[in-house]
Design a binder for this molecule. Sequence first.
Ligand code: TRP
Length: 457
Amino acid sequence: MSKGRKARDVFGSKFGIIAAAAGSAIGLGNIWKFPYITGEYGGAAFLFVYLGFIAAVGLPVMLSEFVIGRKARRNAYGSFKKLAPKSLWQNVGFLGVLAAFLILSFYGVVAGWSLKYVFFSINNTLAASSPSEIEATFNRFITSPGPPLLYQLIFMVLTGLIVVIGVKKGIERYAKILMPILLVIIIILDIRAITLPGSMEGLKFLFKPDFSKLSWDAILNALGHAFFSLSLGMGTLITYGSYIDKKNNLMNTALEVTIADTVIALLAGIAIIPAVFAFNIEPGTGPGLVFITLPNVFNQMHGGQFFSILFFLLLSVAALTSSISILEVVVAFFTEELNLTRPIATVLATILAALMGIICSLSMGIYSDYTFMCFNFFDLLDFISANILLPLGGLFIAIFIGWKFGKYKVFKEMAHGGSLKGYFLSAFMILVRFVAPISIFIVFLFGLYEKLHGCLF
Ligand code: TRP
């Protein structure tokens, strides 16, 4: 047996499993990305499509990843190799490891921005600023060559340190305390945001759908974001599933993680979108949205500075519990497949992702003239990973569980840790066999065509 295999960790408790998996799912995707893409793609119609994908595609794929990981007890690549030896399936795992690198590199950049905003808040830098000054400060910061790199680097080092220590003693323990605090802070921000004068327009934008606004590009983004937000399609939850004990009821775990992730995204949307309207900010502002609207909200609150510090601190923590889960995919692969020790694997993976992150960060400023199709490097990584690699990974994972693995084995793995009603399994099989693959395939074709067509011609 290799060193890597002996070192296999197991999560300590049921709550620990939920905290770690929800910690992975809940991150920048919910609080930074969800509000701004909802703004860009026109609000409620996008939101409803997104929710549909979460239920019909996200949840079954999440359960599939857990089943694969717990059954095989290996990293993403090794799991496929073990469950379907000498086949092409292991390439799905390999693709996942690749996607992990791409995601981690731009994730670290945005998490770095969040760290910087902790210091902005401590120094009360934005307290006396007007909405347009707040926007200018953000743009000046992310386009400057030096400071964003420093914060990105700090964040990557933190990620690496926790992964070296091991998931159980580090992040599992803190996630259990910190994630509930994040929830409370967001609810307080929600209350402030919806009581601002003019916020009603925002709520309408968020909840009153106009389906005529929907494009295939928007639908592809909704699907891609469902995968991104739930941490699916690249083996994060296969890897975490491999640390789940046999007693755990995987279906309940998947359901609870999905609900937690969705609730946090909705609460973040309610904290941000109404404020966008109250302060006359453009909802399609893009990646800066959370960093531009929320400081305005804080400026309108009693104790705004306190909440601002706490919010950006907790956003950074939420990002950290996600980034470690991405890094863990690569580290588990390096240790188990390449027989590297955990520290060496971690250092290597962290350095590679940080280097790519540097290019990503600079593509906001000095490299912004270098574009490929319609994308700068940052947007390109985001697009390739979230809108191509994750749905593709999810498609193969669903097909694997639906058509290759065997219904009886799926049933056995899912029924561990409790009883399982037959009709649940049948519903699940219909989703993984037909609904998920077919909808991913269609959205993928039309969405990609529309995006590339709009870009190239
Ligand atoms: N889900 C996390 C977020 O919403 C990011 C993340 C963690 C992720 N692991 C992943 C995204 C795996 C895609 C795949 O911020």
